[in-house]
Design a protein around this ligand. Structure first.
Ligand SMILES: NC(=O)c1ccc[n+]([C@@H]2O[C@H](COP(=O)([O-])OP(=O)(O)OC[C@H]3O[C@@H](n4cnc5c(N)ncnc54)[C@H](OP(=O)(O)O)[C@@H]3O)[C@@H](O)[C@H]2O)c1
Length: 331
């Protein structure tokens, strides 16, 4: 199989490339060559997708699967799709569940409306950029565009630092502010399971929109933090705390305490969507213990979370130690 990854040297693209190489596929990546080094045997095509001549390296190429991880201005997706429409059977766009119009009903599937976002927009907020990217892929490839609406993505190589923050915090030991309830259901996808699904569906010529994330309750907040303790071998003590005092102290869910969204919070939809379609199309999600242990192994080897490849930083993730100590004294 001849695979082209538009991007391919960051978190998601890197996992796609690694899995395709493992399968023995012929893999090429198109990027500026500024971040990361693709594995041996991967062909590096150079181009800046925001520049007028940025896709010249694609001229005369032929592909069996194309996967695009772009999350900037949709115009770049439109240009790439147009450049590839006669040389690829389909177009896989790594989208996001952020495209859905708020409020999203708990348990909603892919049929609910998505936000505005033009396929040729030059800028916008993240949901609009991703929605515009979907429209750009679909405008050119029609039903041959696969819109993979990933949920929270975790696993080795994570460049936002959500699971890495929990791992490093728990490895440090002592009392850890554990936001309750411990049985809070979580929904995420291991980047390697996402990569497998993208490659399988790209090869099968699947089209349409899919929520690509584990079932709600694949693990719980308690399950995730227990897996962090097991992986790090830490003697940390989890101090399970009700959401009310944590929120009253001004803690911002999701950012200050990564991954955590308290029950009843307006953003709880992030952890409770319908994934029937993706599972019916072969999605398989590995156990949380494996994701967490492998992420810890990776993090221990690299020392710290890498910068995002050619993407804006998402800013500080997780409480700093002094603020957490203050909160522990308060709640
Ligand atoms: N993290 C999550 O929880 C989450 C959840 C849902 C969806 N998603 C989606 O998952 C995707 C993550 O993608 P990723 O960043 O991990 O992808 P990636 O393909 O691994 O890395 C980004 C690539 O883009 C290239 N690039 C950046 N600017 C470029 C330019 N102007 N021209 C050409 N290439 C350029 C970078 O290389 P150079 O810099 O060398 O050019 C790099 O290879 C995004 O679409 C995001 O919306 C993420």
């Amino acid at each position: 199989m001849r695979l082209l990854v538009l991007g391919g040297t960051g978190f998601v693209g890197g996992a796609v490339v690694a899995e395709a190489v493992r399968r023995g596929w012929s893999v090429s990546v198109l990027n500026r060559g500024l971040h990361g080094t693709p594995p041996d045997g991967v062909r590096g095509l150079r181009g800046d997708r925001t520049a007028p001549d940025g896709l010249e390296a694609l001229a005369g190429t032929e592909w069996d699967v194309v996967i695009d991880t772009w999350d900037g201005a949709p115009r770049a997706v439109l240009d790439s799709a147009r450049a590839l429409v006669d040389s690829a059977p389909g177009y896989v766009y790594v989208s996001s569940r952020s495209v859905y119009q708020q409020p999203v009903a708990l348990g909603a599937d892919e049929s609910i409306p998505i936000v505005d976002g033009a396929p040729d927009a030059a800028d916008g907020e993240y949901p609009q950029l991703k929605a515009g990217g979907e429209r750009a892929a679909a405008a050119v490839f029609g039903e041959r565009a696969l819109l993979a609406r990933a949920g929270l993505i975790l696993g080795p190589g994570e460049d936002i630092g959500r699971l890495p923050w929990w791992l490093q915090r728990i490895a440090r030991g002592g009392q850890v502010l554990a936001p309750g309830p411990a049985d809070l259901p979580l929904q995420y996808i291991d980047v390697r399971d996402l990569a497998t699904w993208l490659l399988d569906q790209g090869a099968a010529g699947t089209g349409g929109a899919y929520n690509v994330v584990s079932v709600a309750g694949h693990t719980t907040m308690g399950g995730l933090l227990a897996a962090c303790i097991a992986a790090t071998g830490s003697s940390a003590e989890l101090r399970w705390t009700d959401p009310a005092p944590i929120l009253a102290a001004g803690v911002v869910p999701w950012n200050d305490l990564p991954i955590w969204i308290p029950p009843g919070h307006e953003s709880r939809w992030l952890h409770e969507c319908d994934t029937t379609r993706a599972y019916a199309a072969g999605l398989r999600c590995r156990p949380v213990a494996e994701t967490v242990a492998d992420t810890w192994r990776w993090l221990s080897a690299v020392d710290d979370v890498p910068p995002r490849a050619g993407r804006p930083s998402r800013g500080q993730v997780g409480l700093d130690p002094a603020r957490e100590a203050e909160l522990l004294a308060m709640v």
